[in-house]
Ligand binder design. Sequence first.
Ligand SMILES: *[C@@H]1O[C@H](CO)[C@@H](O)[C@H](O)[C@H]1NC(C)=O
Ligand SMILES: *[C@@H]1O[C@H](CO)[C@@H](O)[C@H](O)[C@H]1NC(C)=O
Length: 471
Amino acid sequence: METVWWKLTLALLMLAVSTLAKAPRSCHMEDFIQAVKQVEDEESGSGSEPAAVLRRLRRAAGLNDAFIQHFLPDAALSPDLDADLLGYVRTAVPHGLLGETQEQGVVLTPDGTTVALQPLLLGMEARLLSRTPGRPRGLYQLTLARDLGAALRPGSADAGRFGPDGCWDSLTSPRVFTLSGPASPFTTAQANGAMDGVVLGAEASGRPAGPLRLSSLLTQYYCRGLDARGLDGAPRLISRRRREIFRGMILPPALARQVWRATDLQERLAGRPRTQGGKKKQLMVVKEGLREFVHMFMDCPPIIPRCVWGAEPYRGTPTKLSLPLSFLFIHHTSTPSQPCLTLQQCSADMRSMQRFHQDDRGWDDIGYSFVAGSDGHIYEGRGWHWQGAHTLGHNAVGFGVSFIGDYNASLPTQHAMELVRERLASCAVGGGRLVSNFTLQGHRQVVNTACPGDALYREIQGWEHFGEVQK
Ligand SMILES: *[C@@H]1O[C@H](CO)[C@@H](O)[C@H](O)[C@H]1NC(C)=O
Ligand SMILES: *[C@@H]1O[C@H](CO)[C@@H](O)[C@H](O)[C@H]1NC(C)=O
């Protein structure tokens, strides 16, 4: 009798566990990594070689057109994954749009950015296979070049060539990703996925094949936390560094050649005659078009949109700035006094500052134009287009950028400072939002305040563009 009860209990327990395991997966990178683990476990008989796992995922996702087949082995064999997993991979991986503004085939990563899985997986597979002699190298074609080619085709610039970013319905259980404007042929999530495909492909192919598991590599890259030194003490291979690593890996002229090749290959595969006009002239056109890509994704820092940090709407009617502006004002938040190291922590800081500015100060919105966290991101405050409330009497002529933390006695992380000093500044100048000879000043130079703290104020005096007060 006892054993029967025992068996029954066990059976019920297993049922409960399997039901739990079948809880629908969301569009979070952690759920995707779980799915990869499941494929690896099923694959374990034949070894869970990353290239084999990637091929199975590609087969399940149905990514197998002529362009892909030109670089990667045929994956048209019948799918062999369990039905639930197959259903998940089929909806989670292929990139596309549903309606006008819902982007599919993208996942939310723990650092708050959104990544398209298709270029990520194709890039890694291409790079892993190119270790094998005689295989064509399709790394840049499969991650970037084909989609960039589409974005640069004449007439495709109406809605903007690149971007936009977007917002998730939920950060804990994300399912729907809505773009923040009309879709271009190359969204921010596609750019993130493509850069990650290039970065992770290089990493995977550089390691000894044996013990590497795709799921562990993805976990290391996307899910690793930061210690008190922020990105200064973090390993290089971490998703928050994707733009800087990518910038170190490819030069714009090389990218232009890859785009030209991809477009040419597309035409040939479609049986169309080769495009008219010399290669040189076409390359010029591509190079010209790529400038905007370089500006948006290689010069500009990653900016976390308001919807991701959970901003309340603007109150009242914002005043439009007349660009380009001439000043960049540097602040520290003072409260919160600690640097923030995760999306959750920085977002909570942003919300509490916005609450304070709106409710206690009676302002329309968070005062700053942008805020720098120590998690590797800039957070969007009032942004590039709307006048802030940061530097009394000077809000119409400059952007106000604040570092989260108190920097009277110590400095922000080197990485956070570089993000503002190099990336945000060149992003602003390159995008026509700041004049190229702009002046950088600390808040205390124009208003009677201790901001941005003694230590940070000493530091920025050595920065390019630092200027004395004009009387
Ligand atoms: C900032 O630090 C200085 C010492 O460098 C100290 O004298 C001053 O009181 C501090 N200011 C604030 C606002 O804490
Ligand atoms: C910046 O450049 C413009 C035109 O090139 C010039 O008129 C202006 O005086 C310069 N401003 C400063 C602060 O040097």
